[in-house]
Ligand binder design. Sequence first.
Ligand code: SF4
Length: 63
Amino acid sequence: MAVTITANLCPQNHKCPAVLVCPVEALSQEGLLAPEVDADLCTDCGECAKTCPTGALGIEQKL
Ligand code: SF4
């Protein structure tokens, strides 16, 4: 599994709510831009994908 961020689905006009729910602080956001994920910290728990209101954050099966 891996978190995917589809920047063109992110309105990039708000504080990302998913940043606040990540239990390991793997998501960060610069200003109001789309968030970025630190793959070394992320545990693929999926909480961010559940919180994202636009579907810009997703969980994808790793090949
Ligand atoms: S999948 Fe979980 S650990 Fe990874 S960025 Fe999203 S909320 Fe954080």
